[in-house]
Design a protein around this ligand. Structure first.
Ligand SMILES: Cc1cc2nc3c(=O)[nH]c(=O)nc-3n(C[C@H](O)[C@H](O)[C@H](O)COP(=O)(O)OP(=O)(O)OC[C@H]3O[C@@H](n4cnc5c(N)ncnc54)[C@H](O)[C@@H]3O)c2cc1C
Length: 389
């Protein structure tokens, strides 16, 4: 039987997070430490302390890493509630890219790597970043131009990355680089772990982007003869793309979960405005043009939630969820963007002013349609799978 009601445990968790975000986190949205390049680390640490006190830090992690050991569907409930404020996932330390990186390190890192790199991130003492995309190189097509050449007990990495979220101030960087043939090891894409302040990592420039919710912003960086010891290879040499898939399917879904909460917030603000604002002798919600936008929002939000839960349930059944998460990521990011866009429209001029979070949600969700696979790339992959070619 398909049952869409929440279990008592899920309902209880949702209510706890709803209350935490409303009472403790939303007041920080006007804090001056929210910058164009995301909330500062000082603000993040303050918010993490609030979540820790409330017993809501890293709910998505296994219990041995301080989390609640939630399944993917329960994580969907928790992260939607967290995402009601752009600061909720930062506070609860379930925001991108840390959430996906921690999941990857839990699954693939050795015990020594987990002690060194994962433990401080899981405790929210520091953050992490994931460096794969390259200017003019790896993007939708992940073919890497950054190389990692074996040299004695080390690999020497050279190349350039950009759009690396949270790079500045992170405690660990996961680097994707190509090991060329002819060096006596398995060639191919490989993941490496490094301290982001290691000699050989150059912070070229912070990028001014339309979004602003990620601590540390987005960076262009260069690797100039960065030396990484062989024991800091994450998983096996040449297996990087396999681990990218381990990270990506759940990470795409957690974006859907968080931004679903954000779009619901934008819709709630639009609803409230439509109930109160009068034009031409009645509240604007009673004009059919506005009422229909709100009705469409309600339908898009509900479809987005159901699709996210459906894909999460596929992961809970032990599947890889590649096809499901591709469909969910594409359809949900586009549905939530429609919700954010209509919410801006319902608010009129107020919709483009940063006096509410609606304008920010619009910008954030626009970017969401690009990262972790632009819609066209997912459609292309879905089509190839259903065509069987
Ligand atoms: C806010 C933000 C944060 C990010 N954070 C990170 C990060 O932390 N780490 C990291 O490594 N990367 C990060 N990225 C990079 C992101 O993953 C890439 O932008 C994304 O994979 C697309 O690659 P690209 O930008 O090179 O676009 P391109 O590969 O240049 O693609 C451009 C466009 O071409 C079209 N296209 C491409 N292939 C196809 C196809 N097969 N069929 C049809 N159309 C196609 C799509 O419309 C696509 O939007 C981030 C990006 C953004 C916007």
């Amino acid at each position: 039987m398909i049952d869409f009601t929440l279990t008592d445990a899920q309902q209880d968790l949702k209510e706890r997070i709803d209350a935490f975000v409303a009472e403790k986190i939303i007041p920080y949205e006007t804090d001056a430490r929210n910058t164009a390049h995301g909330p500062t680390d000082e603000l993040r640490v303050e918010l993490n302390a609030l979540a820790r006190d409330a017993g809501l830090l890293v709910p998505q992690l296994p219990t041995e890493w301080g989390g609640m050991g939630l399944d993917h569907v329960s994580t969907a409930v928790a992260l939607e509630a967290a995402g009601y404020s752009p600061l909720g996932p930062i506070a609860m330390h379930c925001a991108a890219p840390d959430e996906g990186n921690m999941n990857l390190l839990v699954k693939v890192a050795t015990e020594a790597q987990q002690d060194r790199w994962l433990a401080p991130v899981a405790r929210a003492e520091t953050r992490s970043c994931f460096a794969m995309t390259e200017p003019g190189g790896a993007g939708s097509d992940p073919t890497l131009t950054t190389t990692a050449v074996p040299d004695g007990a080390d690999f020497v990495i050279n190349g350039r990355k950009w759009l690396i979220t949270g790079a500045e101030g992170a405690g660990v960087m996961i680097i994707m680089a190509d090991v060329p043939e002819g060096h006596g090891v398995t060639p191919g894409a490989t993941m490496f772990l490094s301290a982001p302040n290691a000699p050989g990592i150059e912070y070229v420039r912070p990028l001014d982007t339309i979004d602003s919710s990620f601590t540390g912003g987005h960076w262009e960086i260069a690797f100039n003869d960065l030396r990484v010891p062989a024991e800091e290879v994450l998983g096996a040499v040449g297996e990087g793309f396999r681990y990218v898939q381990v990270r990506l399917a759940p990470a795409r879904l957690t974006h859907c979960m968080r931004w679903l909460g954000g779009a619901r917030r934008a819709h709630d603000i639009a609803l409230d405005y439509a109930r109160k604002r009068e034009a031409f002798g009645k509240t604007i919600g009673k004009h059919e043009g506005v009422g229909f936008m709100l009705a469409d929002n309600e339908m898009d939000l509900t479809q987005a939630r159901l699709l996210t839960w459906w894909a999460a349930a596929a992961l809970d059944r032990g599947g890889k969820g590649r096809h499901e998460s591709s469909m969910a990521k594409t359809a949900v990011s586009e549905a939530l963007f429609r919700v954010a866009d209509r919410s801006v429209q319902v608010l009129g001029g107020l919709g483009v002013v940063d006096d509410t979070v609606v304008a920010q949600m619009f910008r954030e969700i626009r970017a969401f349609r690009i990262y972790d696979g632009p819609s066209e790339v997912h459609r292309w992959a879905i089509a190839r799978r259903i065509l069987g070619s």
